[in-house]
Design a protein around this ligand. Sequence first.
Ligand code: F6P
Length: 546
Amino acid sequence: MSCRTQLSSWQALTTASEQLKSQHLKSLFEQDATRFEQFSRQIPGLLFDFSKQLIDSDTFAQLIKLAEQCELAQWRDKLFSGEKINITEDRAVLHVALRNRGNTPIYVDGENVMEQVNTELEKMKAFSHKVRSGDWLGYTGKAVKDVVAIGVGGSNLGPQMVTEALSAYADDTLNVHYVSNVDGVQLAQVLDKVCPETTLFVISSKTFTTSETMTNARSAVAWFLNAAQNEAEIAKHFVAVSTNLEKTRAFGISDENVFTMWDWVGGRFSLWSAIGLPIALYLGYDKFEAILEGAYEVDEHFKNASLEQNIPLIMALLSVWNTSFLGYQSQAILPYDQALHMLPAYLQQGEMESNGKHVTFAGQTVPYTTVPLIWGMTGINGQHAFYQCLHQGNVIVPADFIASLKPQRDVAKHHDILLSNFFAQTEALMAGVNEQQVRADLSAKGKSEAEIERLLPHKIHEGNRPTTSMILDEVDAKAVGRLIALYEHKIFCQGIILEVCSFDQWGVELGKGLASAIEAELTQDGVTHPHDSSTAGLIAYYKQNR
Ligand code: F6P
């Protein structure tokens, strides 16, 4: 049994959740005009408003007490000092070292990792400059025009999400294309658009064993050699990002073309490492560095702010409150900024791969729901797709609404229209529309009593749906760094409070192993494995009809 449920704060929060479920957010706002002041925080470049969450000041105090009783501050110190808090893999968790702009030493096994980090950043800087300036030449002496970044999961989602988020700041030096799916159609569609003479492939895989990435990389090499006809030319067109030099060598990539990362960087926290190389190539190293700086600002806030003022901690506490206490099992991420359209997909991996676990640090069954299902899309598109369910469905979905003060481009009135939706939606989700309001509205429209009675239940919106609003100054490189770091630290705090190991992913490993066994059945004669009747039937159907 988890000891979390034995904590006095946990028990007080269990009682409070029963009481607060019968409260309506609208009445909490009516009773207390200072909710916004009490329950909003600011750091440079960002306003964070959690006043539309179903909490009151006593609950907030108990949530902070929960963080104290879970020794959150001590765990935070362990994270930043390089202790091996990834206990199932016996590794430090040091994505913060990758953006440690203060360059304070951080030791792992007695070695200051900052030296390696800085060396690798310098290598990225020099390489991205050489490619972008046209000094890196392909096998026919031409400069690079297209970068094809091959990787999956943490070796893809971060760089691709950031590339999309900051494309407004890109010049036309290089195009970047991402290939993650082993469905060969994705790679083929990208290769149709690029030319072997002017294409640079970045193969990103921490392990350099991931089947999807290796399959795509081998197909890319074959496509390239079909044109270049000389294996020696691979060095001019393929670079790798990995911890596994043995495998990159075996693949045929020479060591000087390999950018290193370390076992203390988790895949889903790796965009700050050389996994971010496609970002530096696309936007220029200075912008990549600005992303690191934004993240560093948040690291400093997370390290130094008191628990009550600590935004990532509050984000985590609210998630635990909504999921483990109030029982809301999903969480929507709704950016009101097209630039952030990939953020929901990115955070799906970040949160669910980290904290979608069922046992405690000590391996005992967790008696509460851990993470919610994370999902979402840009708010406006969501409004015309699934918001009906957010407003009137009988499953409550807490949501993060994210917008910016200024658009990335001068888009005349669009931004006010966009933001009016952002404000309207959280207000409507909170307040709802009650019976009295519906009656008044319908009778003002001249509806008969009978018609009012018939329509009434359909038009009532219960409201009381919790949301958090975040307003960034502008979606620029620093802001993107800040935003991602906020969520990363939220995930860390959430893991500590839920008492789950956030930095392994054994559930993913299971599927990988099974797929490779079945692959042999599909590709080699006479190989069969015992399966349940459904899986056996599906495989047989595929083999007979493919
Ligand atoms: O999706 C599972 C996972 O193990 C992620 O954690 C990781 O980011 C991804 O696979 C890719 O792994 P690699 O970088 O080793 O190819």
